[in-house]
Design a protein around this ligand. Structure first.
Ligand code: GLN
Ligand code: ZN
Length: 786
C-alpha cells in the first residue's frame, strides 16, 4: 500500500451514465418511432429497459447510489423544459397533448399541424401547412454534446409540468436501488436559456425569472422527499465560469430556499476550475459538493480547506471526458491528503457525467490487447471507482489482481514505443524559428498568386464536398467490408471525380474541387492514415438526439508516413485546366474531434498533427496543386470555458494552423473554411491564421456578420457564404446578388470570393446544380456591373 492514511469508508457514485445503450438501442428505437414504425409505448419500453440495465450496471460495480434523472429521450435540458413547465407558447401545445409528442416537437420541430400536440393556441391553425421550428441547439459547455436551448421571455411562468422524473425514481426504487435524483440547477438552467422577447420588447434579464422558478424547484424537491429519496444531485456547472456578480450572488439565497425543501443536496460542479467561485461553492447551504479533480486537481486542497467538515466532499477523480484508464497510484496520491484532511464523508465519482464517453469496452476486438488495456469507457470507469474506494477504505487486498492489472496497463502505456516516436520528438524540437510563417507577407503573396492563377474578379468556388449519393456510400461501405476490391473501388471513385469535375466545368465555376467522395468523415479519413490514431468498433458518444459520433482515439505521436490525398487530387487536376483545390482537415479540428492523449499538453499533440498536415500540403504543392484548403471548423469551439485562458489557446491553435500552412511557396494559395461567422471577439486570431482566403458561413445572418470583418479591416481574402446549404431550398440569383452587394459594401471587391456556406455532401444533385448555377450567374452579373 502506498498510503499511510487510516482506512475510511468511501461511497462511490456517478454524475450520469450514457443513455444510448451499448448497442445504441435508443438511437434505433427513436428513429423507428419517428418514422412511425413503432408507437410511443414501444419506444418507452426500450427506454425503461435501458434504465434498468444502466442502474444495474451501477449497482454491480458497487456504487453506493444509482443516479436517476440523467436519462433522456433526446436531451436533459429538454426534460427540464417540460419538468419546469416552460415550453414556449409559440408551439401552442394543447392542454391534454401527449407529453412525449410535445417533447419531440420541441426537439425536432413540426412540419404542419399535428393533432397530437397542437391546441387552440396553435398559431398556424388547422389548415396551415407551416409548422413550428425546433428549439435552437447549442453545445453543452466545451463538449460535443448539444442541448436544446430553453426560450424564455419576461413573462415566462413556470409550473411543475411533468411526472417523468418521479416515475423514474419509483421505477428505480421498485428495482431495489438506493436512489440519488439528478437535476440541472436553477441558475445553470437560466444561464443556458435564451432571452426570447418579441421583437421590439426591451431586453430582459433572465436572472429576474429566478424568483418565479425557485418555488417549482422547491416543489420538485419536496416531491422527491415524499418519495423517500435521500440525495439530490443538483448540477451547477456555471460555477466554473466567469459569472457576473449578480449571478454569483444569487446562489446563496437560492440554495437557502432549496436546501430546506427536500432531500439532502449534493451540488455538482465540473468542466472548469471554480477559482473565484470556490469559497462560494464550498459555503452554500447544501449537504455536499462535487468538484472536478481532473480539470482542476490544483483546487482540491483549497476545497478541503473551505468545505465545512460535516459536508460530503465528492471528488471527481476518474476522467469523465476522456477514455484513458485511470492511474490508481496517481489518483491515490491526490486523494490521500484530502482524505486525511476532510473529516466529513468522502465520495468518489467520475469528474462529470459519463455521457461524454462510450459505454463499454466489451466487444472492442478491433483494438489489440495492449491498446485496449490502456482504455476505460463508462462501465470500466465505474469499476475504477470501486478500486479507488477500496484503496482508501482498506479493502484493497480483495482487489489485488485488478490493482496489478491497472498498474501494468499504465506502465505499458507510459513506456510504449507505439506512443513515443523519436523522429516526431526531434522534428518538434528542431523546428526552425520561422516554421510557422509564410515566406512573404500576404500582400506580396497575393500578387504572385494573381499572376499564377489568373482568376476573374469575384472567383467562384465550393467548400469541398459534393453530394454523397447512396451509390458512393454503398461503394465505400462495400470496400470497407472487403467486398469491393481496391482496384474496382478506386475506379469507381475516379469515375465520381470525373463526374464532379465535368459538372463543375459545365456550371462555370472558377476553382474546382474533387468532391471528397472517398471520405465518410473529415477527421476519420485523415486519422486512419496518420500514425498515432486508433478506431473503435462501437465507441459511440451522443452528439444530439439520436445522433452519435465515434471519435478516433489519438494515443501516440502523430506522423504522416505516406501521402493521404495527393493521388486523388492529382487525378482530379489532370482532368481540367482550371485550378483544382486540394482539401485537408486542419490540426485543431482533428484534435478537437478526437479523444486525445492526456500524457502531454493538447498544444503539443496539436503541433504534431500540424507537422503531419504540413507534409501533405507540401506534397500537394509538389504535385502541381496551386490551391490547398485546410478546413478548421472547430477552432472556435475549442475556446476554453474561462476567457482568461482564451489567448493562450488561440496562440497555440493559430500557430498549429500556420505550421500546417507554411511549408509552401508564395504562389501556393492557402484557403481555410469555418462553418460559422460569430467571430466578433476572435477576429484577431482568425487574421493571425494568415490564410490567403477564408470561407465562412454568413448567408443565414444575411451578411450582417461580415460587417465585423469590414470594421476590423480583415486583411486577406474572404468568401462569405452566399447561400445556406443546410436547406434543400434553391435560392435565386437576385437573392444571392443582394447578399453579394452587401458584401461589396464592407469588404474590398478585390478580396471577395463567391461560394456556398459549407460543403454540399448532404444535398442532392438537382438542388446543388440549380443553386450553383444561380450563384455563378450572380457573380457574373456583379462583375459586369463593376
Ligand atoms: N471540406 C468539407 C466539406 O466540404 C468541410 C466540412 C465542414 O466545414 N464541416 O464537406
Ligand atoms: Zn462548413
Amino acid at each position: 500500500m502506498t498510503t499511510a492514511t487510516p482506512p475510511r469508508p468511501v461511497l462511490t457514485h456517478t454524475l450520469g451514465f450514457p443513455r444510448m445503450g451499448a448497442a445504441r438501442e435508443l438511437k434505433f428505437a427513436l428513429e423507428r418511432h419517428w418514422r412511425g414504425e413503432i408507437d410511443a409505448a414501444a419506444l418507452q419500453a426500450v427506454g425503461a429497459e435501458l434504465r434498468t440495465r444502466h442502474w444495474q450496471a451501477q449497482r454491480d460495480a458497487g456504487l453506493g447510489l444509482v443516479t436517476v434523472g440523467d436519462f433522456a429521450y433526446y436531451d436533459h435540458m429538454a426534460n427540464h423544459i417540460q419538468l419546469l413547465g416552460c415550453e414556449p407558447a409559440r408551439f401552442g401545445f394543447a392542454p391534454g397533448a401527449s407529453e412525449l409528442a410535445c417533447y419531440f416537437a420541441l426537439a425536432r420541430g413540426t412540419t404542419g399541424h399535428d393533432p397530437l400536440v397542437c391546441g387552440a393556441g396553435c398559431a398556424h391553425g388547422h389548415a396551415a401547412s407551416q409548422g413550428h421550428a425546433a428549439l435552437e441547439m447549442t453545445k453543452w459547455f466545451d463538449t460535443n454534446y448539444h442541448y436544446l436551448v430553453p426560450e424564455l421571455h419576461a413573462d415566462t411562468q413556470f409550473h411543475l409540468g411533468s411526472e417523468r422524473l418521479f416515475d423514474e425514481v419509483r421505477e428505480a426504487q421498485a428495482l431495489g436501488h438506493a436512489v440519488k435524483a439528478q437535476l440541472v440547477g436553477p441558475l445553470t438552467f437560466l444561464w443556458l436559456a435564451k432571452d426570447k422577447g418579441d421583437a421590439g420588447d426591451a431586453p430582459f434579464d433572465r436572472l429576474a425569472l429566478l424568483e418565479r422558478l425557485l418555488p417549482v424547484y422547491a416543489q420538485i424537491l419536496a416531491r422527491l422527499k415524499d418519495l423517500g429519496v435521500q440525495w439530490v444531485q443538483i448540477d451547477e456547472p456555471i460555477l466554473g465560469l466567469e459569472l457576473p456578480a449578480a449571478w454569483s450572488q444569487a446562489f446563496e439565497p437560492a440554495y437557502w430556499q432549496l436546501g430546506k425543501a427536500g432531500p439532502q443536496v449534493l451540488l455538482a460542479t465540473y468542466f472548469s476550475p471554480l477559482q473565484d467561485n470556490l469559497r462560494l461553492a464550498c459555503q452554500l447551504p447544501v449537504a455536499g459538493l462535487h468538484v472536478d479533480a481532473v480539470r482542476a486537481p490544483e483546487e482540491l486542497t483549497g476545497v478541503a480547506d473551505w468545505l465545512p467538515g460535516y459536508k460530503v466532499l465528492s471528488v471527481g477523480i476518474v476522467d469523465g471526458r476522456n477514455v484513458w484508464r485511470c492511474d490508481p497510484d496517481a489518483a491515490l496520491a491526490l486523494l490521500a491528503p484530502i482524505a486525511a484532511k476532510h473529516p466529513g464523508p468522502l465520495w468518489l465519482a467520475p469528474s462529470c457525467s459519463l455521457l461524454h464517453v462510450p459505454q463499454s469496452l466489451a466487444g472492442e476486438d478491433r483494438l489489440d490487447d495492449e491498446l485496449r488495456s490502456w482504455l476505460a469507457f463508462a462501465e470500466e470507469k465505474l469499476d475504477e471507482l470501486a478500486l479507488l474506494a477500496a484503496l482508501l477504505d482498506g479493502s484493497a487486498q480483495q482487489h489485488e489482481p485488478r490493482l496489478a492489472a491497472a498498474r501494468a496497463a499504465v506502465a505499458s502505456r507510459r513506456a510504449s514505443a507505439r506512443v513515443h516516436r523519436a523522429d516526431v520528438a526531434r522534428r518538434l524540437a528542431e523546428a526552425p524559428a520561422g516554421a510557422d510563417q509564410r515566406r512573404a507577407p500576404f500582400a506580396a503573396r497575393q500578387l504572385v498568386q494573381r499572376t499564377r492563377l489568373a482568376l476573374p474578379l469575384l472567383p467562384t468556388t465550393t467548400i469541398g464536398s459534393f453530394p454523397q449519393t447512396a451509390q458512393i456510400r454503398a461503394a465505400r461501405a462495400a470496400h470497407r467490408r472487403g467486398e469491393l476490391p481496391t482496384p474496382e473501388y478506386e475506379a469507381q471513385m475516379r469515375a465520381e471525380i470525373e463526374d464532379v469535375v465535368r459538372r463543375q466545368e459545365a456550371l462555370g465555376l472558377d476553382v474546382l474541387v474533387h468532391g471528397e467522395a472517398e471520405r465518410s468523415d473529415m477527421v476519420e479519413y485523415f486519422g486512419e492514415q496518420l500514425a498515432g490514431f486508433a478506431f473503435t468498433a462501437n465507441g459511440w458518444v451522443q452528439s444530439y438526439g439520436s445522433r452519435c459520433v465515434k471519435p478516433p482515439i489519438l494515443y501516440g505521436d502523430v506522423a504522416r508516413d505516406a501521402p493521404m490525398t495527393v493521388a486523388w487530387t492529382q487525378y482530379a487536376q489532370s482532368l481540367t485546366d482550371r485550378p483544382m483545390k486540394g482539401m485537408l482537415t486542419g490540426p485543431v479540428t482533428i484534435l478537437q474531434w478526437s479523444f486525445v492523449r492526456d500524457d502531454q499538453p493538447r498544444s503539443r499533440t496539436c503541433e504534431q498533427i500540424a507537422w503531419a498536415i504540413r507534409d501533405e500540403v507540401v506534397d500537394l504543392e509538389k504535385a502541381g496543386i496551386a490551391i490547398v484548403q485546410i478546413d478548421e471548423p472547430a477552432i472556435r469551439e475549442g475556446l476554453p470555458l474561462r476567457r482568461a485562458q482564451w489567448q493562450q489557446y488561440l496562440d497555440w491553435a493559430t500557430r498549429a494552423f500556420r505550421i500546417a500552412a507554411s511549408g509552401v511557396g508564395n504562389g501556393t494559395q492557402i484557403h481555410t473554411h469555418m462553418c460559422y461567422s460569430e467571430f466578433g471577439d476572435i477576429l484577431p486570431a482568425i487574421a493571425a491564421l494568415d490564410a490567403d482566403v477564408i470561407t465562412i458561413e454568413t448567408s443565414r445572418s444575411h451578411m450582417e456578420l461580415l460587417a465585423d470583418f469590414g470594421r476590423f479591416r480583415y486583411p486577406n481574402e474572404i468568401g462569405p457564404g452566399v447561400y445556406d446549404i443546410h436547406s434543400p431550398r434553391v435560392p435565386g440569383t437576385q437573392e444571392m446578388l443582394a447578399l453579394l452587394r452587401k458584401a461589396v459594401a464592407v469588404v474590398p471587391v478585390q478580396h471577395l470570393w463567391v461560394n456556398p456556406d459549407c460543403g454540399l455532401k448532404t444535398r442532392a444533385w438537382p438542388e446543388t446544380e440549380a443553386a450553383l448555377r444561380a450563384m455563378v450567374r450572380a457573380a457574373a452579373q456583379l462583375r459586369a456591373e463593376l
